[in-house]
Design a protein around this ligand. Structure first.
Ligand code: GLC
Length: 799
């Protein structure tokens, strides 16, 4: 940790004896002899906020991360004063606070097991250079404790034994262990004794987390300024911890349009228009589904935001329309740097209105990015965000662009050693004026937020789609994200897998990697393996820097093209399942990808697994991460599963070898699952189909599955026009019952379900739908155990 040697009060300082205590509504205030104040707020029975001041002085309570929609309210709050401590009890937690030194210990209210305990607890160092404090917290590492989360760290899923930094950084060609990179999500989950809790350190200064690395028995976090202000979130299930974290920091404000969950093709850069068309035409010719095409910086005039290079794109509106008629949505890049150019309206307006960031003594913050020397809007000022949102009117409303890609928003600055603004740059921070030290980690988030507001306004009545590179906690409310400039190596395939899982357990599920790798070029095998993984990420886009060769699905020969097509088709078939998974994320904050530890924390075999994950709730996926593989070892979690390719029944809870030649990969379906599938389409909305397939995986026992659907765009679903179907499957040795519960007012165009009955242990002799016997012949599909029935059945009984 940082130790200051220049001050009179040098080194660490600690709270002294508590001299007073008072309670106001949900907040309890403890004041120590040396002016430390702890404000403990009970937000919910399982969520506590700890805020510390020194010299009894708190900052204005403002956060970009916490949403106003966070739920509050508890069932129980009791405070007891004892000789040496205070005891605060909710229905879920018991929190002890020592009178001697303000140290905190938190126990499970039900079984009284220790969940989390201060080691040194809160302490601080004064900062002579900047004023204020370097605020620190250390916790005891408990027996067998594991740690997860922290956003995009390209490292082992389990963070134990490591130290990390949060300072969003442009990290071209980063590698395994590079730290920090693009995102700052100061939220982690601890797990021990089958109990999971989370800590969200809501402080946007450069911060650090040390998970039993510096000292084996201590886990600590600290920041170079601001307050010690953290939320303690109890599970005990890890998925509840993540869900509660997104309750605090928000979930996507709306569902994405379904096309945004399709396959996206990107490159730096596709130009001119004829090249764009060549690529999109090829997709249709080869019948490889694709929904979005991206224009990287070269579409602009000299990289000036909100302009077009009219030589390459003479009539953008026509082109965008033609692409859209062919089922392609156009997404364009917009960076924060505005070229210094008196002939450019955006520049002139921002200058006139005083929207650009300035240095401490007054000059503008000048930095080099793609367009050359630029100034940068201060997105932490509400007025600037509104202006920025309005700049999108022409692009979105008039030209018809459907998505915006915000890049370089760390903010990245070229040719300077720290790759970003100097510390002295001033920011508005929504009226909480500060330097770049405090605003750096939220700058990109506020840019993406302003972009989101613009799209929301001008794309209406359609839904917005935004993607950002930099992010702070809470950014998931506005936008999707990708993991930045990775490299076409097998190690990066491993990294992409871990990052997508980690982002999901850090509350930001709508994430993906540059498939195939951004820098350098993959061979066909690596590209195919990467596509296989990428189709199971919420955001699925191929992107490459372009200067190393072509990276379209057909660039690696026929065999690879065929494999890539097969997996993209699988994604399109699974779209309703993926959409349902997104709906659970959007409404309940359930991570879309579940690392095995999140899926089954009770099974300690899962605590150090990195490769396998559950896609949604019922599909197990394990990518092949090594060249020349014909299969691999993996750990299939407890329960019973069906091999997706062979439908072979397999018992989980064990390590096994699974075959996977290049055209396949290990995928297992949970027994009892009912998986909705759409027909293969070249893009979302291409076909009007009459049937949705339900793959039904027989289980001896019960299982519940869900199928959410709506108009796939627009906001009608928020007014009740959605369709939510819950299937309750009950299997016995000679019968299978599926009960359907329906809610919502949306009526899709399809009228039938094609049930594909898999693993039935008996021959069908009798079928009843809603208690009426039906002849098998009448509803039999084309093959084996296939039934075609009205989608609105209540109960299907197969004997
Ligand atoms: C950055 C982005 C990359 C983009 C490039 C050019 O490196 O991370 O995705 O293609 O800039 O805009």
């Amino acid at each position: 940790m940082i130790t200051n040697t220049e001050l009179e009060n040098k080194g660490n300082q600690f709270p002294k004896t508590v001299i007073s205590f008072k309670k106001e509504l949900d907040t309890i205030e403890f004041t120590s002899e040396n002016g430390v104040v702890l404000l403990l707020t009970v937000l919910r029975d399982s969520v506590l906020r700890f805020r510390y001041a020194t010299n009894t002085n708190f900052e204005n309570d403002f956060s970009y991360a916490i949403t106003k929609y966070a739920s509050t309210g508890y069932n129980k709050l009791e405070i007891e004063e004892r000789k040496s401590e205070y005891i605060i009890t909710t229905s879920k937690l018991i929190c002890h606070i020592s009178k001697k030194n303000l140290k905190v210990s938190i126990y499970d209210a039900i079984d009284n097991v220790l969940i989390n305990q201060d080691e040194l607890g809160f302490h601080w160092e004064e900062s002579y250079e900047y004023g204020g404090n370097i605020v620190k917290m250390s916790k005891t590492t408990l027996n067998g404790e594991s740690y997860y989360g922290l956003g995009d760290k390209p490292d082992h899923l389990n963070l134990k034994g490591k130290r990390f930094e949060n300072w969003v950084t442009d990290s071209y060609a980063f590698g395994k262990g590079t730290d920090p990179i693009y995102k700052a999500i100061p939220f982690y989950t601890g797990l021990h004794n089958n109990k999971s809790y989370g800590i969200f350190f809501d402080n946007s200064f450069r911060s650090f987390f040390d998970f039993a690395s510096e000292r084996r028995n201590a886990t600590s976090f600290w920041a170079q300024g601001g307050e010690m202000n953290y939320y303690f979130i109890y599970g005990p299930e890890m998925s509840d911890v993540v869900a509660n974290y997104t309750d605090l920091t928000g979930r996507p404000h709306q569902l994405p349009p379904l096309w945004a969950l399709g396959y996206h093709q990107c490159k730096w850069s596709y130009y001119p228009e004829s090249k764009v068309k060549e690529v999109t035409n090829k997709f249709r010719e080869l019948q490889i589904p694709c929904d979005a095409i991206y224009l990287d910086i070269d579409y602009m005039d000299g990289f000036r935001c909100f302009t077009w290079n009219k030589e390459y794109f003479p009539d953008p509106k026509r082109m965008v329309k033609e692409l859209s008629d062919d089922g392609f949505q156009t997404v364009v890049i917009i960076d924060p740097g505005i070229k210094i150019d008196q002939n450019n309206d955006v520049f002139k307006e921002a200058l006139e209105k005083d929207y650009f960031c300035k240095r401490a003594d007054g000059p503008y913050m000048k930095g080099k990015v793609w367009p050359g020397e630029c100034y940068f809007p201060d997105f932490t000022k509400p007025e600037v965000r509104e202006w920025w949102a309005n700049l999108y009117q022409e692009l979105i409303e008039d030209i018809g662009v459907r998505g915006v890609w915000n890049d370089m928003n760390e903010p990245a600055v070229m040719e300077v050693p720290n790759k970003t603004f100097p510390n002295d740059v001033r920011h508005n921070y929504d009226g909480n004026f500060c330097s770049h030290r405090k605003a750096h980690n939220v700058y990109g988030m506020q840019m993406a937020r302003a972009t989101y507001q613009g799209l929301k306004k001008f794309a209406f009545p359609k839904r917005p789609f935004v993607i950002t590179r930099s992010a702070y906690s809470g950014t998931q409310r506005y936008t999707s994200t990708w993991t930045g400039d990775n490299v076409a190596t097998w190690e990066h395939l491993w990294i992409a897998n871990v990052q997508a899982q980690r982002m999901a357990m850090s509350g930001f599920s709508f994430a993906g990697s540059d498939i195939g790798g951004f820098a350098e070029q993959p061979n066909g095998e690596l590209f195919a393996r990467w596509i296989q993984l990428g189709v199971f990420h919420a955001f699925c886009r191929t992107h490459s820097s372009g200067d190393h060769g072509e990276q379209e699905p057909w660039m690696f020969g026929d065999e690879i093209t065929g494999i890539v097509k097969k997996f993209i088709e699988l994604r399109y078939q699974l779209l309703p399942y993926l959409y349902t998974t997104f709906w659970f994320y959007h409404t309940e904050g359930i991570p879309m990808l579940k690392s095995l530890v999140l899926y089954d924390q009770e099974d300690i075999q899962t605590h150090y697994r990195t490769d396998e994950f559950i896609f949604g709730n019922q599909i197990f996926v394990c990518p092949i991460l090594e060249p020349n593989s014909k299969g691999r070892r993996l750990y299939l979690p407890k329960g019973n599963w069906y091999n997706y390719w062979t439908n072979e029944f397999t018992e989980g809870g064990k390590e096994m070898y699974v075959d996977a030649t290049l055209d396949t990969m290990p995928i297992f379906m949970k027994e009892g699952a009912i998986i909705p599938k759409f027909p293969i389409q070249q893009y979302v909305g291409e076909k009007n189909f009459d049937e949705v397939t339900l793959d039904v995986y027989y289980k001896h026992g019960k299982e519940i599955s869900t199928f959410y659907d709506d108009a796939h765009d627009g906001y009608d679903y928020t007014k009740g026009r959605f369709s939510l179907r819950t299937f309750k499957l009950t299997g016995r040795s000679n019968e299978l019952i599926i009960q359907q519960h329906k809610s919502g007012k949306f009526d899709a165009t399809y009228s039938k379900f094609k049930l594909n009955l898999l693993g039935l242990p008996f021959n069908i002799t009798k079928i009843e739908i809603d208690n009426e016997e039906i002849s098998f012949e009448d509803i039999k599909g084309s093959t084996g155990d296939e039934l075609i029935i009205d989608k609105n059945f209540n109960e299907l009984h197969i004997m």
